[in-house]
Design a protein around this ligand. Structure first.
Ligand code: COA
Length: 372
């Protein structure tokens, strides 16, 4: 019997990330996600995922410099983006622009770990620029050159605001969110990336496939649906009636449920604390209070736990990030995990080619079109 959705099927051996769905634990290369969220930085986590261990000071400096020096995107890509329809979805733009980048990378077709790490550095550095530039372009604003003396999170917020220095709390909050979203074993987009990489196609093709897959509302697109729901609900008092209506209409509550976690998603637990802390800091806990109430009701009524997308929505909203950039921000972070998996796949590759359980007809005889 085929289990729909490859549920519980182990499709690869990997030393990058372990998701323990019964204990609600998530580990990157041996380190608990909460430990990393408390003590690490996104850049350090990128190193960890790509090299399987924490870097020395020099190693981290080298990678950070690489990520800083490669933030600019080719002028032709900026020009092309300026010609896109202004109502194009940020995820459509990201998918298309990333695909375009390969044509401007002389190493695009080069094989081997070294060139692929260099390409992964460029992609990780350039994806935030594409996302921020699209927001500026669609709003008729001038793009600003990326800063090269700061973290990826700092520079992203700087570019997104059109060149204003972000405050330290916003930078650290985004950095923690990026750490928490960086990898998640064989989630749909990472699996898509590995399937592509296993054909020995280039890393740009693999990442383009992953971005298209992340876009779906059952995957990375869920965080945008969560904020839509929060805005629709609008007030704490409206949470209960709104959810009752959703339950009566058998609608899914986005940001809840998970294929692997049957208990609290550890990423959600971290983001929940952040959402509460940010609300308190800003003197308005409305979005956190509403989220907490929704969580309580959905847990009690449906037995479902909040996933990573649920509390990231209120966090990004409080940081003032446009709501349709939530999934692209997920991509900014997950780029690191995709690259880690693509590198791992290339290093020990075999074509991924499963079978289907054929349920169609057999032995039919061709009937000429005028006889049908
Ligand atoms: N709201 C309401 N009911 C939900 C639900 C949700 N968010 N998630 C799952 N369920 C219900 C399903 O309707 C199903 O009920 P049934 O057995 O009565 O038909 C049951 O729980 C099992 O769900 P299923 O869709 O089979 O789980 P899955 O493993 O295939 O899907 C998700 C996992 C994540 C796709 C699913 O939980 C979902 O769609 N969640 C909302 C989208 C989301 O937040 N995605 C981000 C994931 S990180």
């Amino acid at each position: 019997m085929v289990k729909a959705g490859l549920e519980d099927i182990v499709a690869a051996s990997s030393s990058i990330c372990d998701v323990n769905g019964t204990e609600g634990r998530l580990i990157y290369c041996g380190y608990d996600i909460s430990d990393l969220a408390d003590n690490s930085t996104f850049e350090e986590v990128v190193y960890l995922l790509w090299y399987g261990r924490l870097p020395t000071k020099t190693e981290l400096e080298t990678l950070t410099k690489g990520l800083q020096a490669n933030r600019r995107i080719p002028e032709d890509v900026v020009k092309a983006m300026k010609a896109y329809p202004k109502d194009a979805l940020p995820m459509e733009v990201l998918r298309t622009a990333v695909s375009m980048l390969s044509m401007y990378d002389k190493e695009a077709e080069d094989k081997g770990r070294e060139p692929n790490v260099r390409k992964a550095i460029r992609l990780t550095a350039q994806i935030p620029t594409i996302v921020a530039y699209w927001d500026l372009i669609r709003n008729g604003k001038e793009v600003v050159a990326p800063k090269e003396d700061c973290s990826l999170s700092h520079n992203f917020l700087y570019m997104l605001s059109g060149g204003k220095e972000p405050d330290a709390v916003a930078v650290r909050s985004l950095d923690i969110a990026l750490i928490l979203h960086a990898d998640h074993e064989l989630n749909a987009s990472t699996f898509a990336a590995r399937v592509a990489a296993a054909t020995e196609t280039d890393i740009y093709s693999a990442i383009t496939a992953a971005i298209g897959t992340l876009k779906g509302p059952l995957h990375g697109g869920a965080n945008q649906e969560v904020i839509k729901m929060l805005l629709e609900i609008g007030s704490l008092a409206n949470v209960e009636p709104h959810l009752e209506k959703m339950f009566a209409e058998h609608k899914k509550v986005m940001g809840f449920g998970h294929r692997v976690y049957k208990t609290t998603d550890p990423r959600a637990a971290n983001l929940r604390r952040m959402s509460e802390a940010l609300g308190k800091q800003m003197g308005d806990t409305k979005w956190f209070d509403m989220s907490a109430k929704i969580e309580e009701i959905v847990k009690a009524d449906k037995g479902l736990n909040a996933n990573v997308d649920f509390y990231s929505a209120s966090v990004y909203y409080m940081l003032g990030i446009p709501t349709d950039l939530y999934t692209p921000i997920f991509a900014i972070s997950r780029m690191s995990g995709w690259a880690a998996h693509v590198l791992e796949q290339y290093a020990n590759n075999r074509l991924i080619r499963p079978r289907a359980d054929y349920t169609g007809e057999r032995n039919l005889k061709y009937v000429a079109i005028d006889k049908r």
